[in-house]
Design a protein around this ligand. Structure first.
Ligand code: GLN
Length: 193
């Protein structure tokens, strides 16, 4: 049984934990450094990326977590979690892990489109499109050479990247933990094997 940590400082961590448990994972909510011991993978949930980043700094977890990821621990970030993984955040110097060679634009859909849902084709995910929930979501505006784009919104309209993978780092703009479809969490667990 895979031992997975879900960063539980703020945001939608309970939903991620529930999804992973439904798949049989041994899930631990991570609130302090010692909770990270012995983990095989981590999920960084959606929420407010500036708040989560500040709390990571305050609790002296930012550097140790970055090191664990650079040492090869698989990690999955959704929404605010994606923002925290990215190397560059447009117009912001907020704390981040910076392990994903990509640039992100926060709140990229503006106020009129605060949140929305759409069916999304995800590369490597069998069984048809995934229902994707976007909430004040970020977009990826640049990816490095080693980053694989897994999904775009309206693929015919240019970039609008919303799911990526760089080796053992997975990130999505949307919230798969808010729908009953477990395929994306399964995909992450498969990355641990
Ligand atoms: N807008 C949030 C941020 O910039 C992310 C929103 C989310 O995680 N649902 O941190």
């Amino acid at each position: 049984m895979a031992r997975i940590g879900v960063l539980a400082l703020q945001g939608a961590f309970r939903e991620h934990a529930a999804a992973l448990r439904r798949l049989g994972a041994d899930v631990r909510e991570v609130r302090q450094l010692k909770d990270m011991e012995g983990l095989e993978g981590m999920v960084i949930p959606g929420g407010e990326s500036t708040t989560i980043g500040k709390l990571l700094v305050e609790w002296d977890m930012l550097e140790p977590l970055r090191r664990r990821i650079l040492d090869g621990m698989p990690v999955y970030g959704s929404c605010a979690g994606l923002i925290l993984l990215c190397k560059e955040i447009e117009g912001s110097g907020q704390p981040r892990l910076g392990v994903l060679d990509a640039t992100v634009r926060r709140n990229a859909f503006g106020r009129q489109v605060d949140s929305f849902e759409t069916d999304l084709h995800i590369d490597g995910l069998a069984g048809g499109p995934l229902r994707a929930v976007f909430i004040r979501a970020p977009l990826i505006s640049r990816v490095g050479e080693d980053v694989q784009v897994l999904a775009r919104l309206d693929a015919d309209r240019g970039e609008r990247i919303v799911a990526v993978r760089q080796g053992h780092v997975l990130a999505t703009s949307f919230h798969p933990e808010l729908t009953p479809d477990l395929r994306l969490h399964r995909y992450f667990l498969d990355m641990l094997a």
